[in-house]
Design a protein around this ligand. Sequence first.
Ligand code: ATP
Length: 466
Amino acid sequence: MSKTKDNKMEKIVSLCKRRGFIFPSSEIYGGFASCYDYGPLGVELKNNVKKAWWKTMVQENSDVVGLDSSILMHPKIWEASGHIEGFTDPLVDCKSCKRRFRADHLLEGRGIKPDLEVQREAPLDLTTIKCPECGGELTAPRTFNLLMKTYIGPVEDESALAYLRGETCQGIYVNFPNVLESQRLKLPFGIAQIGKAFRNEITPGNFTFRTREFEQMEMQWFCKPETAAKYFEDWRARRMNWYLKLGVDKDALRWREHAAGERAFYAKAAWDIEMKFPFGDGEWKEVAGVHNRGDWDLSRHSKFSGADLSVRDEVTKEKFIPYIVETSDGADRATLAFLVNAYEEVETRSGDDEAKHETEVVLRLHKDLAPIKAAVLPLSKKEPLSAQARAVFDRLKTRWQCQYDETGSIGKRYRRQDEIGTPYCITVDFETGTDQAVTVRDRDTMQQDRIKVAELSAYLTEKLAA
Ligand code: ATP
């Protein structure tokens, strides 16, 4: 474990708290384990991540439509999906320090790709692994169901039992016939959804990387069985491009194919997009997955609900159950990935002294993701600059999320905006009244352009789209 990596993560967590991106939940009550709240800047950033995903997946694809299904669903759905039986993580406890670990994570840490089915039966590899914290002996793995339970109505008995959804895709599968008919769609087509999912994770942690309540961004592509392999490759390329287009460094991402024992038995293919995060072992970790799920989901829901979820081939007239290619991203995990990737420390000169340097943080977030697109900074709090700056702000705020900041030196204000990733700072100065122009500073190039106030919206529109 590298100290620098841990330091970077500590700095990001501290920045998130200090600048209002992400707060620990229920903090005045001492916090609530692994739950987080998105603050004023965090909610903008996460909304932008979701907006960017929706735009690429729904808006820009005439054959993908959206959905917002409920979190609470018929409990039988989770029987059909296999979650009640099989949505389990193998756990081991340390007999000495009593800490709990996920057996698959311990094996992965040793470079062993775990075959979980085999591990549950005969945990051979684990007998050689000791507690990573104290070196103590570990118990045999036990499984633990991750679905969160609740009760519907006043009586808390078996008949009232329901589950908070463990993944958003099940809401898509059960709406397949509704969407197909109401939208007059033909295969192939996709249904996309963003929403909360809940998992009683045994070992949550690493900030928002693994939490018990999180948001997923999933798209299920319904197609003819013989075309699924081709679409799988197609969606794989598109999902990777999304992260690259939004500024994640090419070398920071990689593909990993699931090992045979790791993959669900029905899955025809499963690959993850992985990124290196600066915590834990600093190794590659999953950001998103693309899976060829075959006809498993619709077959199971046909069987458990009794509804016929097959479609008829237009040419051969034969009925078949569509195959599903799934793309599955986490909104919170993607947001964290973008934050980690954007975080940069630069050395700047401190004041007039050539020799004095200080470290400044710049969040080089993609412009589409930046929580604040432009900050309006009057050089003086007094009239007439204040009225001129307010007029500029009022003009821009109808188009973009902007900030107005008049406190502190201009250098400090630039640094505050750099730290939250604002792409453009607009300075209203003593010349503005005369030339009807402002100075626009670019976060990344530091270039300053003098722009007429009347042309500012057009200038920013072009710059923010670039
Ligand atoms: P992991 O191996 O990390 O537990 P998974 O393979 O169970 O993840 P999926 O079920 O494929 O994950 O979920 C798809 C995406 O949802 C993941 O790639 C991740 O971005 C996000 N995700 C899953 N579990 C969590 C969690 N506990 N907290 C935050 N995001 C999560």
